[in-house]
Write a protein that binds this ligand. Structure first.
Ligand code: ADP
Ligand code: ZN
Ligand code: ZN
Length: 686
């Protein structure tokens, strides 16, 4: 019998924790079951049994498992293996993965465990039994008639995907906006579940709308489960249990965290809008890219993967070009509607001639006017939320800044406050400039809130909706905005990058990109790629049915090659141009980046730490170490931030790099001066 359990605990410490198993639990315990265990100052913590064994650890004072929470595993062996891969690849602890993976309800101590353990007290699958109430008979039936009839181009694309899969388990589908990628997915999902496989349909956080789930539910009915971070924790725990049951959902539509769900027989993974940056988790660890994890997950399960988008990430396109992925291109829109016509508007010239009305060019205003009169809709894209990105005293130049972060505060006029977009710090708009007492403080630049105000003035009868982080705090608010616009209860939708995501509206004839420049001038080597993607995507919202749409692209830099590529819808040219630069500077995808983040409350300490860390890392990695430097926002929540960038050739084994990085971190944190510092790693940062 096994008397010891190696347990995963939801903590950033590396490795597993060995506990003794009391005789009474040893018979029932299995890997993948949760336990309650004593840990640290907290009386009790929920942990996960990774393995059971009978080898007494030497020289340690063992603590004992308090109770067994499950009688059968709630985490499958393949999940555990994937989590370990995530922890290794993204250089964090498996405990951090465990913490990110489980819905809160599954990490909480169940009341049952306070009782003495008996078979009955174990919880686990009891929830699943309650929700898996659909009878197997209803599941057998698939209404094949509701599958969309594919166009010839779509039929060819499906055939090409099947063919590509014979050579490569991963296929990249580059289909122009409105080519009907969703309809292709529906067919491929249908095929996969007929083969008995389960399907994971992964979407970036914000795209998951009722628009799409309704469409899928119409075809797949009860076989479809949805997993979203804005769903209640209870709902998410239910999906989890259902996936463990004898009747799991065949299809899960979900956001990045759905890669953590249990799948018993995964057959197909679809990553829609695969280029989306928010597949990458930034904070906290694990800083994983759900697209890449999904590819790994599929590979381990022997499943197929389809990456779909109109504007592939340059990294995926590169992989396809290298022959690592299959590549299928769908170049015509469904119904042969033409791609929108993009008109470049030179804002610098119009400014000189004083012809701009705030953020609007006369061309855009005219087109909007005409569209509204014709009963059509308009989408406006501005990549800044709030009223004005900053407030400035026009007499002395004073700018209010966040006391905790190194950024100016953004003006939010509706709430009468100025707010930090990094830490949430907020305060009232000062009545006068604290430096010169000027009472007339003004906002500079245009945020979505201000554009909404301008629209009310310029188009007093139009119904305007705004979609940004501030108006979509809840799932219902978000869906309401989309629903209203879809049903034409609103005429103009103004928003941040949220409006660029794969939404399908029927009556949009005009799209305005108010300022291409704010995107282009981000201090990031991916700014070019992102700008191309965002502009192409938002342009793709125009003229999706029947008629060609018009897009107005306002910029100060009308001659940039990138702008020409967007206008010509020439992805290939944008890609080639950018790859020359990436190759020259050895940027990804030609190398792998790992950013080492260093944080401390004291600027001088973090500077000393960064210098010392750089020296240590140079010993191992030589000239592959860049920095240290300050990130664009060098102080967040009172912590000063420095970073060191590691640029590694693909030939360097990641395991070796990880080992050296962890060793260096341990060495640094063991010094008294740095003991309060935070050091962490971001692998493949986005
Ligand atoms: P994409 O995801 O490529 O941008 P969608 O899948 O949203 O495109 O399709 C664009 C529009 O065309 C949608 O309204 C969709 O319903 C319609 N459509 C695409 N293919 C078909 C088809 N085979 N039959 C009927 N409608 C289709
Ligand atoms: Zn002043
Ligand atoms: Zn702040």
């Amino acid at each position: 019998m096994n008397h010891y359990a190696d347990v995963v605990l939801p903590v950033p410490l590396p490795g597993l924790f060995t506990y003794a198993l009391p005789e009474s639990l040893a018979t029932q315990a299995q890997a993948g079951c949760r336990v309650s265990v004593p840990f640290g100052n907290k009386r009790t913590t929920v942990g996960l049994i990774a393995r059971l064994h009978d080898t007494a650890p030497k020289g340690v004072d063992l603590k004992t498992v308090i109770d067994l929470i499950d009688t059968s595993p709630v985490i499958l062996p393949q999940q555990m293996m994937l989590w370990q891969w995530i922890a290794d690849y993204y250089i964090c602890s498996i405990g951090e993965v465990f913490k990110a993976a489980l819905p809160a309800k599954l990490k909480a101590l169940p009341k049952a465990s306070r009782r003495s353990h008996s078979g009955k007290s174990a919880k686990g699958l009891s929830d699943a039994e309650a929700t898996a109430s659909v009878s197997p008979d209803t599941l057998q039936h698939l209404p094949a008639s509701s599958l969309p009839v594919l166009s010839p181009a779509q039929t060819d694309a499906i055939a090409a995907i099947r063919l590509a899969w014979q050579q490569h388990p991963v296929c990249l589908l580059q289909g122009v906006t409105s080519s009907g990628k969703t309809e292709l997915y529906i067919h491929l999902i249908d095929e996969a579940i007929r083969r008995g496989g389960q399907v994971l349909y992964l979407l970036p956080e914000i795209v998951l709308t009722s628009q799409l789930t309704d469409r899928l539910r119409a075809v797949f009915g009860e076989r479809l489960g949805v997993y979203h971070s804005k769903f209640s924790d209870k709902e998410r725990a239910e999906v989890w249990h259902r996936q463990l049951s004898a009747q799991p959902y065949d299809i899960i539509v979900g956001v990045r965290s759905s890669v953590f769900l249990p799948f018993q027989r995964l057959g197909l993974v679809i990553v829609d809008e695969e280029h989306e940056v928010n597949f990458k988790q930034q904070e906290p660890a694990p800083r994983y890219n759900a697209r890449n994890v999904a590819i790994m997950m599929a590979a381990r399960a022997g499943a197929l993967t389809l990456l779909g988008t109109a504007t592939p990430s340059f990294e995926s396109y590169y992989n396809a070009r290298l022959g690592k992925y299959g590549l299928v291109q769908l170049t015509e829109r469904y119904g042969q509607v033409q791609l929108p016509e993009i008109e470049v508007v030179d804002v610098s010239e119009l400014r000189r001639k004083r012809l701009m009305q705030g953020p609007f060019s006369p061309q855009l205003l005219d087109a909007m006017q005409a569209a509204l009169q014709a009963g059509e809709q308009v989408i406006l894209f501005q990549n800044r939320r709030g009223y004005a990105p900053q407030v400035q005293c026009h007499i002395c130049g004073w700018v209010p800044r966040c006391p905790h972060c190194d950024v100016p505060l953004t003006l939010h006029k509706r709430s009468g406050r100025i707010t930090c977009h990094y830490c949430g710090y907020t305060t009232e708009i000062p009545l006068q400039c604290p430096a010169c007492e000027n009472p007339d403080l003004r906002g500079h630049g245009f945020g979505t809130e201000r554009i909404e105000d301008d629209l009310a003035r310029l188009f007093p009868t139009a119904r305007v909706a705004r979609m940004d982080l501030d108006t979509t705090r809840t799932r219902t608010a978000y869906e309401q905005i989309i629903d209203d616009f879809s049903c034409h209860r609103t005429d103009i939708l103004v928003g941040t990058q949220m409006v660029t995501k794969g939404l399908d509206f029927e009556h949009v004839s005009v799209v305005g990109i108010l300022s291409a420049d704010t995107m282009l001038h981000q201090p990031d080597f991916r700014a070019y790629e992102r700008s191309f993607q965002m502009m192409s995507q938002v342009a793709g919202r125009a003229g999706r049915r029947q008629r060609q749409g018009r897009v107005f692209l306002q910029t100060m830099d009308a001659n940039l090659p990138l702008i020409h590529h967007v206008v010509a819808a020439d992805y290939e040219a944008a890609y080639r141009e950018q790859m020359l630069e990436r190759r020259e500077f050895s940027y990804p995808p030609f190398t792998r980046f790992i950013i080492v983040y260093l944080k401390h409350r004291t600027a001088s300490t973090v500077d000393a730490l960064a210098r010392e860390a750089t020296l240590l890392l140079r010993r191992h990695f030589g000239t592959r170490v860049l920095g240290p430097d300050e990130p664009p926002v060098a102080r967040i929540q009172s912590l000063y931030i420095r970073r060191i960038i590691l640029k590694l050739e693909h030939a360097i084994p990641l395991a070796q790099a990880r080992h050296l990085l962890l060793e260096t971190r341990t060495q640094l944190l063991s010094q008294r001066l740095y003991s309060a510092a935070h050091i962490y790693f971001d692998v493949d940062p986005l």
